[in-house]
Design a protein around this ligand. Structure first.
Ligand code: ISJ
Length: 366
């Protein structure tokens, strides 16, 4: 199932076969690891599921949207074939059948429209109890999506060693790839961990962190801390805030931990309670989500949802789907956002989303 980077050509061939033969697959590399994990599902039918409780003791790859809709269900992929499967490439070439690549037709909002949205939000934050909401936009590049899909994983893996790098394919429904810096929830034998990641600067900006970024970070950390307290009945151990570099940008980051292995019912309710955190939603959460839905012209789909491997024994590594893109036959569509508060400036916010989108534009070669 696992492979060293040196086996990359087998992986490239496996990806190519899956894409051309409509075989569902996932491929990922955990932050700080050299190991690439690939799994392909022998059946073209990918399980659609509701709640984390249903799959936390299964083995596979979870792909969950920002908002569960008929067009965006929670998917759970099984790795029936993996890099330990004898004659993997031969086996992949004897299953599946070709599926048409969906084509993309929509358009992105303009810079002026984005400025109007931010200005409208700033006024609301000055006059209501809303403190923060995360505004996102899309950036579409019309190009040969298949070509990008065949190259992007290796490039992201090489360039972003500290990111969770992935690609996931549900034939005819979704082909996504990304390099996210943000852990959602991880559980191993020793601890359960959640990350608060908010506040952004250009990676080479050496000035000190401003009030807006420090406040945003504090809102997210406090919110996650409260969810820990209400779910576990105790406060988490905190590490941070410290600076976490993520390719073209740096973020403020705090790690919240509960030591020891947590019972699965508590873990599933924490996961359910925590999505979406104010890092991708806002605060107060429900009002922020309503504002986002009334403002953004695109569906977020799997952007700002969560994804990652679930190991079948109650341990898992889930990440927030950021610095990600959806790949179509004729285009790639990058999703980027940032937290807006009363202290925001439209131009600075626009620039932040531009720099974040460079994470993927740089590896696509644009
Ligand atoms: C929303 C995104 O990133 C989130 C927003 C951040 C911010 O506003 O400073 C920082 C990290 C992420 O939690 C994104 O990358 O699209």
């Amino acid at each position: 199932m696992k492979s060293a980077i040196s086996e990359i050509s087998v992986i490239d061939k496996a990806i190519s076969l899956c894409l051309s033969r409509g075989i569902p697959f996932y491929i990922y590399r955990l932050p700080g690891s050299e190991v690439i994990v690939f799994g392909a599902q022998t059946s073209v039918f990918v399980e659609e599921m509701g709640e984390i409780g249903a799959y936390i003791e299964e083995k596979g790859f979870l792909f969950s949207p920002f908002d569960i809709l008929d067009s965006c269900p929670v998917y759970f992929l099984k790795g029936d074939y993996n890099l330990d499967t004898p004659d993997l490439l031969f086996k992949l070439s004897s299953i599946g059948k070709s599926v048409d690549w969906p084509l993309y037709k929509g358009e992105d909002i303009t810079q002026d429209e984005y400025y109007e949205q931010v200005e409208h939000w700033i006024k609301l934050f000055e006059t209501t109890d809303l403190r923060k909401a995360v505004l996102s936009r899309t950036r579409t590049i019309f190009c040969d999506g298949e070509k990008v899909a065949l190259k992007i994983f290796d490039k992201m893996a090489a360039r972003y060693p500290q990111a969770f790098v992935y690609m996931v394919y549900i034939p005819g429904k979704a082909l996504w790839a990304g390099a996210t810096p943000e852990t959602f929830v991880r559980q191993n034998d020793d601890y359960l961990e959640v990350m608060s990641l908010a506040g952004t600067k250009k990676a080479d900006d050496t000035t000190s962190w401003g009030q807006k970024d420090r406040e945003e970070q504090q809102i997210v950390t406090e919110y996650i801390g409260e969810k820990f307290l209400s779910t576990f009945g105790k406060k988490p151990c905190l590490k941070g805030p410290f600076v976490r570099k993520a390719g073209t940008v740096s973020h403020l980051c705090t790690i919240l931990r509960s030591e020891g292995r947590s019972p699965l019912n508590i873990v599933s309710s924490l996961v359910k309670e925590l999505h979406p955190t104010p890092a991708v939603g806002g605060y107060p959460l429900n009002k922020a989500i309503t504002l986002i839905k009334n403002t953004e012209k695109h569906e977020r789909r799997y952007y700002a949802g969560y994804l990652g491997p679930v190991y079948g024994d109650g341990t898992f590594d889930l990440f927030v789907n950021l610095r990600c893109m959806e790949i179509f036959g004729n285009a790639v569509r990058i999703y980027v956002g940032g937290g807006i508060t009363a202290l925001s400036q439209p131009e600075a916010e626009w620039n932040e989303t531009e720099i974040k989108s460079r994470t993927l534009l740089d590896v696509i070669g644009i």
